[in-house]
Design a protein around this ligand. Structure first.
Ligand code: CA
Ligand code: CA
Ligand code: CA
Length: 139
């Protein structure tokens, strides 16, 4: 019984600690950068403009598609202490975006993934992502 109580207390504590971390994940600078007309809502158009810009920063060699290695380097997914070209596990968001599974994100695949992220963030389904709905990593 004591053990049960302690475990329960542990859970409550974990939940209490998790809450502020979640609140913190709102990225104000990023949101303000995306919300171009500063109405505290991200429209689908603003999201698409942001996504285009993001695409060009991730497409390091500018060939119009994002190879996995570019994605790894742009998002700094490889451990700093790891060997230069050591393999990196493909993250789920990359896998989901790579519809034809060729480990290259075409511009279309990249933009579609952005749209899917937008829909997922728009919790109240009003067609806009509000400040409250916007959480990192976001769009
Ligand atoms: Ca590229
Ligand atoms: Ca692909
Ligand atoms: Ca919304």
């Amino acid at each position: 019984m004591i053990r049960y109580t302690l475990t329960c207390f542990g859970c409550c504590l974990a939940l209490a600690l998790a809450a502020p971390v979640q609140a913190k994940s709102f990225n104000k600078a990023k949101f303000l950068g995306i919300d171009r007309n500063a109405d505290n809502q991200v429209s689908p158009e603003e999201a698409a403009i942001y996504r285009e810009r993001y695409f060009s920063t991730v497409d390091l060699n500018g060939d119009g598609s994002v190879a996995f290695e570019e994605y790894v380097q742009a998002n700094q997914l490889r451990d700093a202490t790891a060997e230069k070209n050591s393999p990196v596990k493909v993250p789920d968001d990359y896998k989901a975006a790579d519809v034809n599974q060729d480990t290259v994100l075409s511009r279309e695949e990249f933009m579609e993934a952005g749209k899917a992220a937008f829909v997922a963030l728009d919790k109240d389904k009003d067609g806009f992502v509000s400040r409250e709905e916007f959480v990192a990593p976001g769009l």
